[in-house]
Design a protein around this ligand. Structure first.
Ligand code: HEC
Length: 127
C-alpha cells in the first residue's frame, strides 16, 4: 500500500514538472520588474504608462525633471527599435543583457498593457 502511494506521488511530481510553473503573462510581468538590472517599472511605470524618475535643481538654479516616457504605445515602436534600446541603452536608460526571447516577452507584456487599458476605457464610457 505504501509503495502505491509512493509511486503516485512520484508520478504526480513528474507530470507537474512538465506543465509550466507560471503563465506567459506572469513570466513577462516578472521580467518587466526584474530584468537582471533595475526594473522597467521604476522609470516607465507599472504598466509602461510613463513615470517620474527624479528632479533636481541644476547649476543655473533651474528645476530639471526626468521622466521615463510611455512605452506601452508599441505601435510607435518596432520590435527592432525596442531591442536596440534594450541592448544599447540611451543617455538616461541603462543597457540590459537580455536574450531575444526575453526581449520578445517584454514587448508582449507592454502590448498587453495597452490592450487592457483600452478595454477598461471602453467599460468606463458605457456607464
Ligand atoms: C533609469 C530609468 C529607466 C529604466 C530602469 C528603464 N528605462 Fe527605458 N527609458 C528611460 C528614459 C529616460 C528613456 C527616454 C530616452 C532617454 O531620454 O534617454 C527611455 C526609453 C525607452 C524606450 C524607447 C522609447 C521610444 O519611444 O523610443 C523603450 C522601448 C524603453 N525605454 C523600454 C524600457 C524597458 C523594457 C526597460 C526595462 C528592461 C526600461 N526601459 C528601463 C528610462 C529608463
Amino acid at each position: 500500500m505504501r509503495a502505491v502511494v509512493f509511486i503516485f506521488i512520484f508520478l504526480f511530481e513528474i507530470l507537474s514538472a512538465k506543465t509550466p510553473f507560471i503563465s506567459n503573462e506572469e513570466y513577462a510581468k516578472m521580467l518587466y520588474k526584474n530584468p537582471r538590472g533595475i526594473g522597467c517599472h521604476k522609470c516607465h511605470g507599472e504598466r509602461g504608462e510613463g513615470g517620474f524618475v527624479a528632479s533636481y535643481i541644476n547649476r543655473d538654479k533651474k528645476k530639471i525633471t526626468l521622466i521615463g516616457p510611455q512605452i506601452n504605445n508599441l505601435s510607435d515602436i518596432s520590435l527592432k527599435r525596442f531591442e536596440e534600446v534594450l541592448d544599447h541603452g540611451t543617455k538616461l536608460m541603462p543597457k540590459y543583457f537580455l536574450t531575444s526571447e526575453e526581449k520578445a516577452y517584454l514587448y508582449y507584456y507592454l502590448a498587453k498593457q495597452k490592450q487592457t487599458k483600452k478595454r477598461m476605457a471602453n467599460v468606463d464610457t458605457k456607464k
